[in-house]
Design a binder for this molecule. Structure first.
Ligand code: NAD
Length: 455
């Protein structure tokens, strides 16, 4: 049984029967049997199903937002934002799929034609995270289904009610039961899924789990994508509007209670504006309302996973012991629920776990730098490489600096931003492969080369 806990107050809100190794194997077999018929449906049919899924999300918006908030503790306004953002992603895929998946003739002369077609991969395992279940799930299952794959979807155990709702909505929209199936359970269910001879594995989650999956799946020579964590830096130059940069970055660090893969996790500030920036940043953070996530005015909610409280406490203790200055927050709040105060440190350095290991919570370190070279060196001094950003009025300086940064996405005067039109990828421990953009449709296919000579 899987007990679903409301992280805001620690109460159990549901008990779900979990899949066993046998039931996962049975789901795999039915997906395998169903996948060819789905692939042979015209693309227009599969697109129509996804369009009806979109309508279902719109029609059930209030209920879906409430469920999401109840199981992950996401402040309700942010749950609404996630659902609205989902619609934009679906629209992108609906609009871009036909061109992206169309066969392409790349040569045609002297009786020889060369063509590339996009064949579905087959049965795709989609193992997902809880922090943005609609976003990270839909980045995979929407284009995977459109491209003609069957999907075995393993939501996070912390977002299982949402995962089951997604299944219901897809089925109601016309996606056959066997073509999209939800696997219920925690890590063991993921292990059972990977024991099946699936054709591809798309994983979103932590580096630690991603590394285990890479070891299991690597020798099988199937498509493997891993979208993992980050320790995303931002550099604030001396020419900025300090108040505006502080407001933008406080939001980038604390939105979703700091539990975004692309949350701002480290800030480097030019020494000329460091003190003013720190003051403005702390004021912003102290203005954030912590409270009941079902309340429209709450901005900071509980942490979804209780275990993360220990990680944050350890980072705080380590930073304090090494001389960092605690400017606000720093404590977990009393139970019930998994609450941690939004926390800001200055006088930090790279000996501290706060500046090296993913925090995944409402905590941030701000470090003073002498100039661009030091900022670039520190930003690249990480095992991760998901996103990185820069605030300056000088476009040429931004281009120069961002070109030197090792990250999948770079931001100028913005942060914590994902666009369906752009590829979403990470370097180093942030993963391999990508989702979103037209590449994120192609990735659910394998290109087949056709050499055609007229008789
Ligand atoms: P997690 O690694 O704990 O779990 C992710 C999924 O893997 C869950 O569904 C879990 O049940 C499953 N799982 C656990 N052990 C497994 C195993 N041995 N084999 C197969 N499956 C297994 O991660 P999480 O706590 O759900 O998510 C948070 C992490 O995800 C953070 O590091 C965050 O940065 C990252 N993330 C990355 C992106 C991105 O796009 N790069 C997006 C969202 C979250």
């Amino acid at each position: 049984m899987l007990r679903v806990i409301n992280p805001a107050n620690g109460t159990a809100i549901a008990e779900l029967a979990t899949d066993t190794a046998q039931s996962v194997a049975a789901k795999y077999r039915t997906a395998r049997a169903a996948r060819s018929a789905w692939a042979q449906r015209p693309l227009a049919h599969r697109l129509a199903c996804i369009r009806r899924f979109r309508d279902g999300v719109v029609g059930h918006h209030e209920r879906l937002a409430a469920i999401l908030t109840s199981e992950v503790g996401k402040p309700i306004r942010q749950s609404h934002n996630e659902l609205n953002g989902l619609l934009g992603r679906i629209d992108f895929f609906l609009g871009a799929a036909a061109d992206t998946l169309a066969p392409r003739t790349v040569f045609d002369a002297d009786g020889v034609r060369e063509r590339i077609s996009h064949e579905p991969l087959g049965v795709v395992a989609n193992i997902s995270a809880w922090n943005y279940p609609y976003f990270v799930g839909a980045n995979v299952f929407v284009p995977a289904l459109i491209a003609g794959n069957a999907v075995l979807y393993k939501p996070s155990e912390y977002a299982m009610l949402t995962g089951l709702e997604i299944g219901n909505l897809l089925h109601a929209a016309g996606v056959p039961q066997d073509v999209f199936q939800v696997i219920v359970g925690a890590g063991e269910a993921g292990v059972a899924l990977l024991a099946q001879p699936v054709d591809a594995v798309f994983f979103t989650g932590s580096y630690a789990t991603g590394a285990k999956i890479a070891q299991t799946v690597g020798p099988r020579m199937i498509r493997l994508q891993l979208e993992l964590g980050g320790k995303d830096p931002t550099y604030v130059c001396e020419d900025v509007d300090v108040a505006a940069a502080a407001a933008s970055l406080a939001d980038g660090a604390m939105y979703n209670t700091g539990q975004s893969c692309c949350s701002v996790e480290r800030i480097y500030v030019h020494e000329q504006v460091h003190d003013a920036f720190v003051d403005a940043f702390v004021k912003e953070v102290q203005g954030f309302r912590i409270g009941d996530p079902t309340d429209e005015s709450s901005y900071i909610g509980p942490l979804t996973r209780a275990a993360q409280l220990d990680v944050l406490q350890a980072q705080v203790a380590d930073a304090v012991a090494k001389g960092a200055r605690l400017l606000t927050g720093g404590r977990r709040l009393d139970p019930p629920g998994h609450w941690f105060e939004p926390t800001v440190f200055s006088h930090v350095d790279h000996t501290m776990s706060l500046m090296r290991e993913e925090s995944f919570g409402p905590i941030i370190g701000i470090q003073k730098v002498a100039g661009d070279d030091e900022a670039v060196r520190l930003m690249n001094d990480t095992e991760y490489g998901l996103t990185a950003g820069l605030y300056t009025k000088d476009a040429a300086r931004a281009e120069r600096i961002l070109a030197r940064i090792d990250a999948g996405s770079v931001y100028w005067n913005c942060c914590d931003r994902v666009s369906p039109r752009l590829p979403w990828s990470g370097l180093k421990h942030s993963g391999i492969g990508l989702t979103l953009s037209t590449y994120g449709i192609e990735t659910f296919t394998r290109p087949k080369a056709w050499h055609l000579r007229s008789p």
